[in-house]
Design a protein around this ligand. Structure first.
Ligand SMILES: *Cc1c(COP(=O)(O)O)cnc(C)c1O
Length: 411
């Protein structure tokens, strides 16, 4: 058996055990999320091994399922949360709040109340702030505990167009205000770290820009004197290959570039990957219910929709697809869409797929991150079941919702 950190850097859809997937679809119905929890552990261990003396926290919002959180905790991982629900679910999964970080972005009152209450019992909890209003609101709650300052690294990096937009000003303290805010935090709270989370889905080409943002955090650590800081946290954003010919991130090179970018700091390096840990551990199985030969394309209707996974509709994301039932059939261009009445409800346009027939099972790959978390009941669809694979066993980790689950909260 290979140890977790020697696992392959990439897992393509074709690497899955296809006959087993078909059995799972038969047994548990479709659409079905499948999460390989062993792969979650492998991804976490491999990422951590590339950063030997850094602390790697899993950014829970990529997939906050209990089984996923438990898998991360199982291999010694820590959890970063961005909302009260994520804190609650992490605690329920067995995470030690003293080792958790809560990143507050325009936090609603109940989020702050929850975090402050949790910190009262667990003084190791760190709250990351991105606005001085959050400090005021924490002080109003008599909080004087651990604070990390989220830095907006955008200011001054002129060629880094996206970081300079108003939308990104939403995140973090404007760079030049950080020393002043750090002074206040040192006086009124316990300043433990600096933080920045620059972007998402960074692969080889995006790495240099990513590191420019990271370098600004290291620079700021030196500027405000990091001798009393515990950590410099450079966030997540590490990408996975969605397209069949995308290369996986070279972790060793990435780790070296990140270290070089942060530069000489006394504080411990922290990272918060989300997508990287869970993306290729998950897929969706969906059954073909309609084949329609239209003049320009073959339309393949499936039972998954943008309510099951919204990434293609929301971000135009590419997800690999495979005919699990008949992978060896001649590839045929297929436009694969679900039952929702909008043209955005399409997973692939004219994609060559082993010619699907009604009743076939298709797999949609790399669905483990921002997949189930963004699933909705749109079209009054109950959300799908999720099956976890671990140590050779399959088990339902989230049951399929029923129509009653859809109507139960209405008065
Ligand atoms: C979303 C998020 C992450 C994880 O981002 P990925 O792109 O999934 O790695 C890390 N840190 C913070 C603060 C986030 O909001």
């Amino acid at each position: 058996m290979t140890t977790f950190d020697e696992s392959p850097a990439v897992r393509r859809l074709t690497d899955w055990d296809l006959p087993r997937l078909e059995t799972l679809a038969d047994e548990y119905g479709t659409p079905l999320y499948v999460m390989d929890l062993d792969r979650v552990k492998e991804n976490y261990a491999r990422f951590s091994a590339a950063f030997p003396d850094a602390e790697v926290m899993y950014a829970a919002k990529a997939h906050t399922g209990k089984a996923v959180l438990e898998a991360v905790l199982d291999v010694g991982g820590e959890i970063e949360c961005a909302a009260w629900g994520e804190l609650e679910r992490s605690v329920q999964a067995g995470a030690d709040p003293n080792a958790m970080q809560y990143t507050a972005v325009n936090p609603p009152d109940h989020d702050l109340d929850y975090a402050v209450d949790l910190a009262a019992e667990n003084p190791g909890l760190t709250i990351t702030i991105g606005a001085t209003d959050t400090l005021d609101r924490l002080a109003e709650r008599d909080y004087d505990g651990r604070i990390a300052i989220r830095i907006n690294p955008g200011i001054g990096t002129g060629h880094h167009e996206k970081v300079a937009t108003g939308a990104d000003a939403k995140f973090g303290i404007p760079y030049e205000q950080v020393p002043e805010v750090a002074k206040r935090v040192r006086e009124e709270f316990d300043l433990v770290g600096l933080h920045s989370h620059a972007g998402s889905g960074v692969l080889t080409e995006g790495l240099e820009d990513h590191c420019k943002a990271i370098a600004r955090v290291g620079e700021m650590a030196r500027r405000i004197d990091d001798s009393d800081l515990e950590f410099v946290d450079v966030g997540g954003g590490y990408g996975v290959p969605y397209r069949e010919d995308d290369e996986p991130l070279d972790l060793e090179r990435t780790a070296k570039m990140v270290r070089d970018a942060v530069g000489d700091v006394e504080a411990t390096l922290k990272l918060e990957p989300g997508r990287y840990i869970v993306a290729d551990a998950g897929l969706i199985l969906t059954e073909v219910n309609t084949i329609k030969e239209a003049p320009d394309s073959t339309v393949v209707g499936v039972d998954a929709s943008l309510a099951t996974m919204v990434r293609p509709a929301m971000f135009g994301s590419y997800h690999p697809m495979l005919n699990v039932s008949a992978p060896d059939r001649e590839p045929h261009p297929a436009t694969v869409g679900g039952p929702v009445c909008t043209s955005a409800d399409v997973f692939a346009h004219d994609r060559p797929i082993a010619r699907p027939e009604r009743g076939d099972m298709l797999a949609i790959g790399n669905a483990g991150s921002y997949g189930y978390e963004l699933a909705s009941q749109f079209h009054s669809q109950p959300r799908p079941a999720e099956v976890g694979l671990e140590d050779g066993e399959a088990r339902v980790v989230r049951r399929r919702e029923t129509l009653e689950d859809v109507t139960r909260v209405e008065q």
